[in-house]
Design a protein around this ligand. Sequence first.
Ligand code: IFM
Length: 449
Amino acid sequence: YYESGIGRGMGFRDSCQDLLGFVHLIPDRARERIIDIASTQFQDGSAYHQYQPLTKKGNSDIGSGFNDDPLWLIAGTSAYVRETGDTSILTQMVPFDNDMSVAAPLMDHLKRSLDYIINHKGPHNLPLIGRADWNDCLNLNCEGPVAESVFIAGMFVKYGEEYAQLCELMGDADEAARARKEVQAMYDAILKDGWDGDWFVRAYDAYSHKVGSKECREGQIYIEPQGFCVLAGVGVKEGLAEKALNSVKERLDTKYGVMILQPAYTEYHLELGEVSSYPPGYKENAGIFCHNNPWVSIAETVLGRGDRAFEIYRKTCPAYIEDISEIHRTEPYVYSQMVAGKDAKFHGEAKNSWLTGTAAWTFVNISQYILGVYPTHQGLSVDPCIPKGFGDFSITRKFREGTYHIQVKNPQNVEKGVVSMTVDGKAVDGHIIPYEKGKEEYNVVITMG
Ligand code: IFM
């Protein structure tokens, strides 16, 4: 089962997402990794899909054209700066395609990431998908490059806002405002053409037909846009986010986790590509990808549904599934890329252990969204979203130079909501503990209600 993951080099998107899970542990190595990854970016903001960690060069055998890649660089950099407060990385000169004669500050790389998406939109004003997005097997461009991705649109809303916050941090209010205007336009485009009535559409194919819609015979609903649009906040105030996650529960949920799509494809579709080439229930054709289950769990926390968020967390978490080891079959202490979906003969059997971005996303989910300790540019935010009956709890968190002793009280047994906070005995409004440079100890009491 073991997957070493070194054969083809390391993925641009995967490495950026891995950063989310270790910026707090080894920030110096994270910084180096960000610079290495950004150094393989092209001047137009696009990126090699993979790079070789030893030569640190982009892999030209695979090339570029996966249009989610540029946005993951914003995700990783934002996580690093929020965690460390180290804005010097943003002014560091970083080459394009490893050519130092065309270097630019990292912040300019991030701008090009954002602009790549803005400059590559399709007929519905949604981002062009290119060769594929996060779902490598959704290859839609059999007839010219017009296919669009609602998933990338959701990413743009999330990471466009994080980019705007970095601009503000660097004192560039105009650029922050420009980014937010683009984010709003994308939000509107999702609501206009990316909504299918009960869930978010997955994409538009090369013929401008919907993918992941009730209009389709198979592959009517996909997990990725439900998780990512909602975690980005899309459709929350309009009541659509709740509908989308209810549809996920109704149509994609199983006792072993949330499947990637339903109904599974039973025949090959040229206009969809590799996704339809796998047997039903396996891999991207209706398997359970541990990597994107946390997106749905995080999305549930955005809606304040702690019971459901934790239920999803538990379904793939190795510590909770030891009693199904005979079914699961991979090493009982590790996440696998995929667990066979309900259409598979061996539903619940896992494959490709270790080959997954699950660890980082699971860590982000449990620590930053369920327990709710989230690093912001202003300081640590504490806003838990927990299952009912979880009780009071305490957390010790190191953040920059400080150690935070956080006690969470929940007298009314709510799933989400902070009514008061004290820091070193003094009441503080909201739930962000103001960061004080050089301060080493913080004693925090949070009361939920
Ligand atoms: O997102 C990808 C990842 O980059 C490589 N493995 C498969 C995932 C889903 O297609």
